[in-house]
Design a binder for this molecule. Structure first.
Ligand code: HEC
Ligand code: HEC
Length: 318
C-alpha cells in the first residue's frame, strides 16, 4: 500500500487497521470453516450410520458436501480477495482501480450536465415571453420552479405571507418580461423603513393607516384620516406615490389594491408601517445560472400571461 492507494485523511490509521483486521479475520475464518467441515476424519461415523430414523424408513445420512459445491465456496473467497484489491473496502486502502463514489457521482453529473446543456441550448439568451410560447420550455421551467422557487413561493406559485403570489397581475417590481427576468437574475431587496418614531408614535401610525383605508374608498373617521393625510404626504408619498399606487422601481407596493404581501388586517398593516419591511428576493443567477433563470422566469410569466390566465381574466371582466 503506497500513498496513492491509501485514502489518508478520511479515516484514522487506528480505525483503518481495526477494519482491515476484522475483514481479514472473517475471510480467513470462512476459509478455515469450509476446509474443516469438508474433511472426514478417522473415527467419524460412516455416511449411513447416524442412527437418526424417522417415520420408520426416513434415515438421516451424514455425507460431506459435493466437491463442486465446496468449490463454489472457495470461489466466493477468491472473489472477495479480488474485490478488496480492486475496490475500496479494506480500511483506508483505496483499491487499485481508483474507484470512489465521489468520482462516479462527478462523472454522472458531467454526463447529465452535457445532456441538459443540449436541452437548454435553444433558450439561451432568449426573451422570456418568447420562451414561454414553447411547451417543452414551460415544462423545464416548471420543474426548475419546483426545485428552486417553490420553497418560498409555494408549489402553485401562489405565495404566502411575505412571499408574493406570482400568478396574479400585481407586481411590486414590474410584470414586463424584462422586469421579471431582472428580478429573478439579480434579486430584489425591498426597503421600507420603520416609521413609528417619525410618525410620532402609535397614534401617528393609526392615522396614516386610516388614511390608507380612505384612499381605498372605505368609510373612516375623517379627523383621523385628515391627520394621516398630512403625514402620508410628507413621508410616504416619495415611495408609494401621491395616490398610493406605489413605485415599481423601488418595489414599493400599490396600497390601494386589495393585495397585501404581509396581510390585510389593520394591525398587520400598522405593524408594517411602524416596524418597516425588508422582503428579499435572492439573486438566482449565481445559484442556478442564466438559462435556468430564464426558463423559470418564463414559466412564472406564463402563469399570469398564458392562455389559461387570459381566459380567466376574460371571465372575470364579464
Ligand atoms: C428564499 C425565498 C425565495 C426564493 C427561493 C425565491 N424567491 Fe422570489 N421572492 C421572494 C421574496 C421574499 C420576494 C418579495 C420581495 C419583496 O418584498 O419585494 C420575491 C419576489 C419575487 C418576484 C417579484 C414579484 C413582484 O411582485 O414583483 C418574482 C418574479 C419572483 N420572486 C420569482 C422567483 C423565482 C422565479 C424564483 C426561483 C428561481 C424565486 N422567486 C425564488 C423570495 C424567494
Ligand atoms: C423609502 C421608500 C418607502 C417609504 C418612504 C415608505 N414605504 Fe412603505 N413600503 C416600501 C417598500 C419597498 C415596501 C415593500 C416592502 C417589502 O416588500 O418587504 C413597502 C411596504 C409597505 C406596506 C406593506 C404592504 C403590503 O403589501 O403588505 C405598507 C402598509 C406601507 N409600505 C405603508 C407605508 C406608509 C404608510 C408609509 C409612510 C409612513 C410608507 N410606507 C413609506 C417603501 C417605502
Amino acid at each position: 500500500m503506497n500513498a496513492d492507494t491509501m485514502n489518508a485523511g478520511s479515516m484514522s490509521a487506528g480505525w483503518s487497521w481495526y477494519i482491515i483486521a476484522v475483514v481479514v479475520l472473517n475471510v480467513v475464518g470462512c476459509l478455515w470453516l469450509i476446509w474443516w467441515t469438508a474433511k472426514r476424519r478417522p473415527g467419524d461415523p460412516g455416511p449411513t450410520d447416524t442412527s437418526h430414523v424417522w417415520d420408520e424408513n426416513l434415515t438421516e445420512y451424514n455425507k460431506p458436501l459435493p466437491k463442486w459445491w465446496n468449490n463454489l465456496f472457495y470461489m466466493t473467497i477468491i472473489f472477495t480477495v479480488g474485490y478488496l484489491a480492486w475496490f475500496p473496502g479494506l480500511g483506508a486502502f483505496a483499491g487499485y482501480s481508483g474507484w470512489t463514489s465521489a468520482k462516479e457521482h462527478d462523472a454522472d453529473k458531467a454526463d447529465q450536465d452535457k445532456k441538459l446543456a443540449v436541452a437548454f441550448a435553444p433558450y439561451e439568451g432568449k426573451a422570456i415571453d418568447v420562451i414561454a410560447k414553447d411547451e417543452k420550455a414551460l415544462k423545464l421551467g416548471k420543474s426548475i420552479f419546483s426545485n428552486n422557487c417553490a420553497t418560498c413561493h409555494g408549489s402553485s406559485a401562489q405565495g404566502a405571507v411575505g412571499y408574493p403570489n406570482l400568478t396574479d397581475n400585481i407586481w411590486h417590481w414590474g410584470g414586463e418580461p424584462d422586469q421579471i427576468l431582472e428580478t429573478v437574475l439579480n434579486g430584489r431587496q425591498a426597503a421600507m423603513p420603520a416609521w413609528e418614531s417619525a410618525l410620532g408614535g402609535k397614534q401617528g401610525v393609526t392615522e396614516v393607516a386610516v388614511y390608507l383605508q380612505s384612499m381605498r374608498g372605505e368609510k373612516v373617521d375623517t379627523s383621523l384620516a385628515n391627520a394621516g393625510k398630512g403625514k402620508y404626504e410628507t413621508i410616504c408619498v416619495s415611495c408609494h406615490g401621491p395616490e398610493g399606487k406605489g413605485m415599481q422601481a423601488l418595489g414599493a407596493p400599490d396600497l390601494t389594491d386589495d393585495y397585501w404581501l404581509y396581510g390585510e388586517d389593520s394591525h398587520i398593516v400598522e405593524t408594517s408601517i411602524a416596524q418597516g419591511r425588508n422582503g428579499q428576493m435572492p439573486a438566482h443567477l449565481p445559484l442556478i445560472g442564466e438559462t435556468r433563470v430564464r426558463l423559470a422566469a418564463a414559466y412564472v410569466w406564463s402563469l399570469s400571461h398564458g392562455k389559461t390566465a387570459q381566459a380567466e381574466s376574460a371571465t372575470v371582466k364579464q
